[in-house]
Design a protein around this ligand. Structure first.
Ligand SMILES: Cc1cc2nc3c(=O)[nH]c(=O)nc-3n(C[C@H](O)[C@H](O)[C@H](O)COP(=O)(O)O)c2cc1C
Length: 371
């Protein structure tokens, strides 16, 4: 069984994650994890925090040199901003920001200083998830599974990607500061972000997350919580600000008759062939060997320079939100986090299907199955 937990606050000393269940013999390279961490930090539209942090991973358990041993893998990402905050006397926050966990979290845990909620609810935690995702992405890569992501829309500006192969979309996205494979749309997205920044506002958008060369048979239809699509959906919606998810073109499919939606089979060896992928790579909760394509709806950043109506919980009086340093648009970063969460679910399902306490056994079993 593969599992992970994270700990740490946004302005605490560090973020920590522990992954248990990795097979022995996997090479885990800090530079690969750091590459994923810097992709999460980069991206047009991010705020001042990213100029302070230079996220770097430190492994503190589970490796012999760069090799996993089967022991739990522990990793740490230091928060540089902690030094700036540790001596600072911060007044209690008492005005909940709409769209954040502030109010519901304060009621739930009986906390009167909303900062205590925000410190853990903050998306800073997603840095730890990206590090975990990069580790399991190397496990997936070791059995030939490739992952990627791209941005389809920001603030209503849509990429035109019809006819562009998935692999090309993923490659072009890596070279774009808005992770968008359509450069003309990317230019409009940057302009839209500049406009929102000037207006004291924020933006959301849509991202696509892709798994290529995923073996047939991950997940199962035999029980609700084993369905791969259900597990992916839960993992993706767990990302802060993600409010919707679809597998394949699920919402567009609702406008079409069945004969235009389902992916017909054609004879081929060793498996029948499909000429379309409107199922997004999953049928009956099981991967079908087609690319897994998932889309996520990312809401606009809740913190805005323009004040929003609130209530000061200390006085019960009407108030407006106080601005806290924030991103204008985190859609490109959300794509990197989404890629990490997709990697996690695929790695879990891969190990369930093939087992293997060491990487060589896992690789042999997957290769036998693919042959
Ligand atoms: C990578 C990333 C960065 C984010 N940065 C910010 C930010 O700077 N300011 C902000 O208000 N919300 C930011 N968010 C969104 C909030 O964390 C999120 O909306 C909030 O915690 C409430 O959770 P919910 O939207 O899932 O309900 C970010 C989200 C992600 C994925």
């Amino acid at each position: 069984m593969l599992r992970f937990l994270t700990a740490g606050e946004s302005h605490g000393p560090c973020l920590t994650a522990i992954i248990e269940g990795l097979p022995a013999g996997l090479a885990v390279r800090a530079d690969e994890v750091n590459g994923a961490l810097s992709r999460r930090q980069a991206g047009y539209g991010r705020g001042g925090r990213q100029a302070i942090e230079r996220d770097q991973v430190r492994f503190t358990g589970g490796l012999d040199g760069e090799w996993t041993t089967g022991a739990p893998l522990a990793l740490v990402i230091d928060n540089r901003d902690w030094e700036n905050w540790r001596e600072r006397a911060v007044p209690a926050w008492t005005r909940p920001r709409p769209g954040h966990a502030d109010w519901a979290g304060s009621v739930k845990y009986g906390l009167s200083d909303l900062r205590q909620v925000a410190e853990r609810a903050s998306a800073r935690e997603t840095a730890a998830r990206v590090a975990v995702g990069a580790v399991v992405a190397s496990l997936l890569a070791a059995v030939g599974v490739r992952l990627g992501s791209y941005v389809e829309a920001i603030g209503g500006e849509q990429a035109a990607l019809a006819g562009m192969p998935l692999a090309e979309r993923l490659a072009l996205a890596l070279a774009s500061d808005v992770s968008c494979p359509d450069e003309q749309a990317a230019a409009r997205m940057r302009a839209r972000i500049d406009q929102a920044r000037a207006e004291g506002d924020s933006l959301g958008g849509r991202v696509a997350l892709v798994g290529l060369d995923v073996p047939v048979g991950l997940g199962s239809y035999v029980q609700w919580d084993r369905r791969l699509d259900a597990r992916i959906a839960a993992a993706i919606v767990s990302i802060p600000a993600v409010k919707g998810v679809e597998i394949g073109p699920a919402f567009a499919n609702t406008d079409l008759p069945g004969t235009l939606v389902h992916d017909a089979f054609y004879p081929a060896s060793p498996y029948p062939e499909r000429q379309t992928n409107r199922a997004g790579g999953i049928e009956g909760g099981v991967s079908n060997g087609q690319p897994i394509v998932v889309r996520a709806a990312v809401k606009p950043i809740p913190t805005t320079v323009t004040p929003q109506n609130s209530v000061d919980l200390a006085t019960g009086q009407a108030a407006v939100t106080e601005y806290q340093r924030s991103d204008v648009c985190a859609v490109p970063a959300a794509a990197v986090v989404g890629e990490a969460m997709l990697a996690w679910v695929l790695a879990e399902a891969l190990l369930e299907r093939y087992g293997g306490d060491d990487l060589a056994t896992l690789q042999r079993r997957v290769a036998d199955d693919r042959a």
